[in-house]
Design a protein around this ligand. Structure first.
Ligand code: PGA
Length: 313
C-alpha cells in the first residue's frame, strides 16, 4: 500500500474513523464529499481490502479498518511530537521572555535571569520592576509571561508556583539596645519607632498582619518608599523595620542586627505567577523549569519548590 497511499488519504480516513461520518469528515477538512469518497476509494484499493462497511446509514470499520485507524493515529502522534520539538528548539533559540517583578524581587530576579540568559543566549529577556498595583494590573491584562510576587493575587485566577523562601526579618542598627536580646515579645517591639514601607507593599502587609494577629497595633514613625531607604534610615538610627532577608543580599554580614523576636521571621515565599488561561511560551516554560531546577537560593533547592508547586497549583 505504501507506494500509492498519500498522507491526505490517511488524514481523511482518520477523520471518518473518528467522526463516524463522511459528511462530518468532509466538513472538518474543508473538502467536498465527492473528494472524500474518491480518496477513500483509492485508499481501499491501495490497501487491497475493505476498510469501512455501510450498515444502513451508519458506517463501521472493518477489522483491517480498525488496525489502519490505530496505525494512522500513531503516525500522526509521532509527527505532532516532531513538530512540537522543532518549535521548542526554535523557541529556545530565538524566543522572547517578558518578566515583571514586584519591588523587593529585584534583589534576586536579575541574578537568576543572568544565569538563564547565559544558558539560552538567543532568548531576549526583559524585566520590569514595579509596585504591586502595576504588577496586578499587568497580570489582569495578561501582558507579560511571568510575574514575581510575594503573594499570589486573590481576585485573579492565576497559576502560582513558589520558587524560593522569603523570610521577613526584623532589622536594627548593630548597636541597637535590643541587638543581643533573646525572644523579644511583639508588644515590646511595637513600642520601637518603626520605619515602614509605603502602603500596599507586600512586606508592609505581612508585618501589619503579624501584629494584627496578636491584637497589637504598630505605628510607623516614618514611611519610606523603598527597601534601600529603609536600610539607610535604620543605619542612621531612626528606628527599626522588618524586610525580606533578600534585601540584605549585597550587605556585609553584621552590617545590620537581625533581632530575635517572637513571631519572626515571617515565613513567606516568592511566587512565579501567570494568568490561569495563559499558554506559556516555550521560553517562559523553560525559565520556570530553570527556576524550579535551580531554586536560585542554595538554601532552598529546586526539589523543594517542585514539591510545593503541586500543593499550590
Ligand atoms: P514589596 O514586596 O511589595 O514589599 O516590595 C513584595 C512582597 O513581599 O509581597
Amino acid at each position: 500500500m505504501h507506494s500509492h497511499t498519500t498522507f491526505r488519504q490517511l488524514e481523511i480516513f482518520e477523520a471518518i474513523a473518528r467522526l463516524g461520518s463522511f459528511t462530518r469528515a468532509s466538513e472538518e477538512l474543508y473538502l467536498t464529499q465527492p473528494t472524500v469518497s474518491m480518496q477513500m476509494k483509492k485508499l481501499t484499493e491501495n490497501v487491497g481490502a475493505p476498510l469501512i462497511e455501510h450498515i444502513g446509514k451508519r458506517i463501521h470499520l472493518t477489522a483491517d479498518g480498525q488496525q489502519l485507524a490505530q496505525a494512522t493515529r500513531e503516525i500522526f502522534a509521532i509527527l505532532d511530537r516532531f513538530t512540537m520539538s522543532v518549535a521548542e528548539r526554535r523557541g529556545l533559540k530565538q524566543g522572547k521572555l517578558s518578566l515583571m517583578a514586584i519591588t523587593t524581587a529585584s534583589y534576586f530576579a536579575p541574578r537568576l535571569l543572568g544565569e538563564f540568559a547565559r544558558l539560552y543566549p538567543g532568548i531576549d529577556v526583559s524585566l520590569r520592576v514595579t509596585n504591586k498595583e502595576q504588577v496586578l494590573a499587568s497580570i489582569a491584562d495578561n501582558l507579560d509571561d511571568l510575574y514575581f510576587l510575594g503573594q499570589p493575587p486573590e481576585d485573579i485566577d492565576v497559576v502560582a508556583t513558589p520558587i524560593m523562601d522569603n523570610p521577613i526579618v526584623v532589622l536594627a542598627a548593630p548597636d541597637h539596645p535590643l541587638a543581643h536580646a533573646r525572644r523579644i515579645p511583639l508588644e515590646q517591639l511595637a513600642k520601637e519607632p518603626w520605619l515602614m514601607r509605603e502602603r500596599g507593599s507586600g512586606t508592609r502587609n505581612a508585618i501589619e498582619r503579624r501584629f494584627a494577629e496578636s491584637g497589637i497595633a504598630v505605628h510607623p514613625r516614618l514611611e519610606l518608599g523603598s527597601n534601600e531607604a529603609i536600610k539607610q534610615a535604620i543605619l542612621a538610627g531612626l528606628g527599626i523595620s522588618a524586610l525580606s532577608r533578600h534585601a540584605l543580599a549585597l550587605n556585609q554580614p553584621g552590617q545590620f542586627a537581625v533581632l530575635d523576636v517572637d513571631g519572626f521571621p515571617i515565613l513567606r515565599h516568592w511566587y512565579a505567577v501567570y494568568p490561569a488561561g495563559r499558554q506559556l511560551s516555550v521560553a517562559a516554560r523553560a525559565f520556570l523549569d530553570y527556576l524550579l531546577g535551580h531554586g536560585g537560593d542554595p538554601k532552598n533547592p529546586g526539589d523543594k519548590a517542585r514539591a510545593s508547586q503541586r500543593a499550590h497549583t
